[in-house]
Design a binder for this molecule. Structure first.
Ligand code: LLP
Length: 471
C-alpha cells in the first residue's frame, strides 16, 4: 500500500502494515466513506487484489487500461448508509439526493434510483442521464448558476424541481412557466455565509460565491416570488462546500437555514423541504479522517430538528446532496505501468498509460491518492517513485514520491477512491480517448461505459473543403 505524500514535503508514507489495516477497513460496512478500498476488496488465493469478486489484473487484461472499476456493493452500501441514517436520526421525512456531478452515468443513476435515493443535476446532460437512467422526475432537483432557457424548459416539462439561483432564473421562468396549469416547484438557494476548511475552489457557502442569492437579498426574493402565480416555493437550499471533515459548519448551517425557513413560511411559502447540500469528505490517504456517513447524518439531522423546534417550525422534509461520499470509494482506476526515468539523486518517474485526462484532481487541487500493484498489493514498497501520467505536461503527476514494489512495464497499478470527480471531470487533453468503465458485482464485470476510440475524437471535427489536402 502506498500513499502519495504532499508534493510540498519529502515525507514518505509507510508501507505493508498500513496495507493490512486498509483491507481491514475495507470490511467496515458501516462507514464506506472511511475506507481506502472498496468494501469487496480481497486478496485471492494467489495474493492478487480482487474487487467485486473479480481479479483486477484480469479486468485490465480483458478491458484494457486505463479502466475505471465501480464496485456495486460499495455504492449500494453508501446509498443505504445515507438512507438508514436519515431514517434513524431525523424525526421527519428525509431523502438523500445523489449529486450526479460526481459521476453521471446511466448505470450509476439506475443503481442509486433502485436504492431509493433522489438526484441532483446541474445541466441538461446530467438531467437527461438521470431521466433515462430511471430516476423519477419527482426525485430530481435541477441546479445551476447560469441555466439556459432550454435547460429550464426541459426541467419544467419533465416535472423536475428547479433550484432558483438568481434573478435570471426568475426572469426566464416567469416567461417559460406563466400560463402553465401547474406552478413550477422550486427551492430557493442562498449563500449561507459559512466558512469551512477545504480547497478554495470547492468552497461554495462563503459570501463571495457565484452560487445562490446573497442572504441579504433573500427576503426581497421571497416577497417577489409570493406574487408569482407560476412559482411554488417549496423549499430552501444551501451548500457549504466539498471534501469537508468538520461537522461544526453543518451545524451552523442548520441554524441559518431554519431562520430562513421561518422567514419564507411567514411570507406564505409552504417550504416543505430543507436541502442542506452535500460536502462530506472521504478518505483518500491513510491520514484522512472524515466522519462516517452515520456521524454526519446524525449531526446534520439533529441540528436541523433542533433548530426547527427552537423556532416552533413544523419539521420540513430534510434533503441532502452527497456526491463524493456516495461514489468515490466505490471506484478505482487501473493503469498499466510503462516507461521509467531515473534521475540520479533526484527522482524516479514511473509513467502510466493515463493521467490528468482521466483524473484531473491532482493537478487541479493537489489531491492525494493511494495506490497498490493489482497483482502484488502487499509486496513491500522498496522503490521511491513519482507516478506520472502520459500527457505532455510536466504537472501531469498522479502520485508524488510514493513507495512501490519494484515494477516492470506491464504491471497494473490500482489507484483507489477515484469514483467521484474523475470520469466526471475527465477530458480529451492530448486527444487521448476516455477510459471504459466496468461495474463489478459477485464475480461478474459489465461494461457500463465503452472505451472511447481515437476515431470518436474526430466525430465533431469539420475540415472545410478548401483545406482538403490536394493529392
Ligand atoms: N450540492 C451542490 C449544490 C454542490 O455544488 C455539490 C458539489 C454537491 C451537492 C456535492 O458535494 P459532495 O458531497 O460531492 O462534496 N470537483 C471537486 C468537487 C466539486 C464539488 C462541487 N459541488 C473535486 O474534485 O474535489
Amino acid at each position: 500500500m502506498v500513499t502519495s505524500a504532499s508534493p510540498a514535503t519529502d515525507s514518505v508514507a509507510p508501507v505493508a502494515g498500513e496495507a493490512a489495516a486498509a483491507f481491514e477497513q475495507g470490511l467496515d460496512h458501516l462507514s464506506p466513506n472511511r475506507n481506502l478500498a472498496p468494501l469487496t476488496a480481497r486478496l485471492d488465493a494467489l495474493g492478487r487484489l480482487e474487487v467485486g469478486g473479480v481479479a483486477l489484473g484480469e479486468l485490465a487484461q480483458t478491458y484494457g487500461t486505463p479502466l475505471y472499476v465501480i464496485d456495486e456493493e460499495t455504492l449500494r452500501a453508501t446509498c443505504r448508509a445515507y438512507r438508514l441514517a436519515l431514517a434513524g436520526h431525523y424525526p421527519g421525512d428525509a431523502l438523500a439526493l445523489y449529486a450526479s456531478k460526481a459521476n453521471s452515468s446511466l448505470a450509476i443513476t439506475a443503481l442509486v434510483a433502485s436504492e431509493g435515493l433522489g438526484l441532483d443535476a446541474v445541466s441538461a446532460g446530467e438531467l437527461l442521464t438521470a431521466l433515462q437512467g430511471g430516476m423519477p422526475a419527482e426525485r430530481i432537483v435541477f441546479h445551476g448558476n447560469n441555466k439556459s432557457a432550454e435547460e429550464l424548459q426541459l426541467a419544467i416539462d419533465r416535472g423536475v424541481t428547479v433550484v432558483l439561483d438568481n434573478w435570471n432564473d426568475i426572469e426566464l421562468l416567469s416567461t417559460l412557466a406563466s400560463g402553465r396549469a401547474k406552478p413550477v416547484r422550486l427551492l430557493v438557494r442562498f449563500t449561507p455565509g459559512i466558512e469551512c476548511h477545504t480547497h478554495e475552489y470547492i468552497r461554495t457557502g462563503h459570501l463571495d460565491s457565484k452560487f445562490g442569492f446573497d442572504p441579504d437579498q433573500l427576503e426581497s426574493v421571497l416577497r417577489h416570488l409570493a406574487g408569482c402565480p407560476w412559482a411554488l416555493v417549496d423549499g430552501l437550499h444551501a451548500h457549504i462546500g466539498s471534501q469537508i471533515f468538520e461537522l461544526e459548519p453543518h451545524r451552523d448551517l442548520a441554524a441559518v437555514m431554519a431562520e430562513a425557513l421561518l422567514l419564507a413560511r411567514s411570507l406564505g411559502h409552504p417550504c416543505g423541504d430543507l436541502n442542506v447540500g452535500g460536502g462530506l469528505g472521504i478518505r483518500y490517504v491513510g491520514s484522512d479522517d472524515p466522519p462516517s456517513i452515520q456521524e454526519w447524518v446524525r449531526v446534520v439531522a439533529g441540528a436541523v430538528a433542533e433548530a426547527c423546534s427552537q423556532r416552533q417550525l413544523v419539521l420540513p422534509r430534510l434533503l441532502c446532496e452527497p456526491g463524493r461520499s456516495l461514489v468515490a470509494t466505490a471506484g478505482l482506476t487501473l493503469y498499466t505501468v510503462g516507461s521509467r526515468k531515473q534521475i540520479p539523486g533526484l527522482r524516479t518517474y514511473l509513467s502510466v498509460d493515463g493521467g490528468m485526462s482521466d483524473n484531473p484532481r491532482p493537478i487541479t487541487y493537489q489531491s492525494l491518492y493511494t495506490a497498490v500493484l493489482a497483482n502484488r498489493p502487499l509486496a513491500e514498497g522498496t522503490d521511491l517513485v513519482t507516478v506520472a501520467g502520459k500527457h505532455c505536461e510536466s504537472g501531469d503527476v498522479l502520485l508524488h514520491d510514493v513507495r512501490l514494489p519494484a515494477t516492470a512495464p506491464g504491471d497494473v497499478l490500482a489507484v483507489f477512491a477515484t469514483g467521484a470527480y474523475n470520469a466526471a471531470m475527465g477530458s480529451n487533453y492530448n486527444r487521448i480517448p476516455r477510459p471504459a468503465a466496468v461495474l463489478v458485482h459477485d464475480g461478474v464485470a459489465e461494461v457500463v461505459q465503452r472505451r472511447e476510440q481515437p476515431e470518436d475524437l474526430l466525430r465533431y471535427d469539420v475540415l472545410p473543403h478548401r483545406l482538403l489536402p490536394v493529392s
